[in-house]
Ligand binder design. Sequence first.
Ligand SMILES: Cc1cc2nc3c(=O)[nH]c(=O)nc-3n(C[C@H](O)[C@H](O)[C@H](O)COP(=O)(O)O)c2cc1C
Length: 199
Amino acid sequence: MIKFINPSTEKPYIHFQSLYQEALENQQKGIEAISVSSYSQEMSEVEARYVNLKYIHNNEWIFFSNYNSPKAKQFKSHSQVSVLIFWSSINTQIRIKALISKTSMQFSDEHFKGRTKEKNALAISSNQSQTIDSFDEVEKNFYQTLNRMTSDTVRPDFWGGFSFTPYYFEFWKGHKNRLNKRYVFEQQDDGWVECLLQP
Ligand SMILES: Cc1cc2nc3c(=O)[nH]c(=O)nc-3n(C[C@H](O)[C@H](O)[C@H](O)COP(=O)(O)O)c2cc1C
């Protein structure tokens, strides 16, 4: 589930929320899973991965991750990302272009406090995406961290939120005979400009 905090009342956000509601009513599984593609300047390549979108706070879309991970390094050197959502229950694809940065430390602290001990133990114990000799080592690190944790354990500074602010949306709805509807909202100086695209 995505938590909406004081969501923007701009047109694409209203449209997003009504589709989200429709997907929820249709029991969409994994509704918070979004694909985020980023550009690695180092490797001259684009990479995609799913993350769980946790909040839409006004016009900021927030998920959490490791700040030393490959994705974090990519966001830092190239802050433009491409985000993709597909809700099969309502045959809807949402494409977003956005700019990404870290959330405030305070926001990350608050979120960390509300998570389970196990999730936080994993966040603390994992050097995300680094190679390791065996899975046993992953488990050992996890249980050692879990056993050391107390109610005073605080968020490590290498883990926290990322927030992206969209400047482009395309809402694609599949229809019979491939007469698919594609609505685009693009942000310009004087607000969102709308248009339709051919299927
Ligand atoms: C449905 C789904 C949700 C995921 N959610 C997250 C997430 O919220 N944060 C995260 O760091 N990784 C998440 N992952 C794992 C990432 O896809 C990825 O494997 C990991 O973040 C390492 O990515 P990187 O090497 O590009 O940094 C998720 C994977 C799946 C399949």
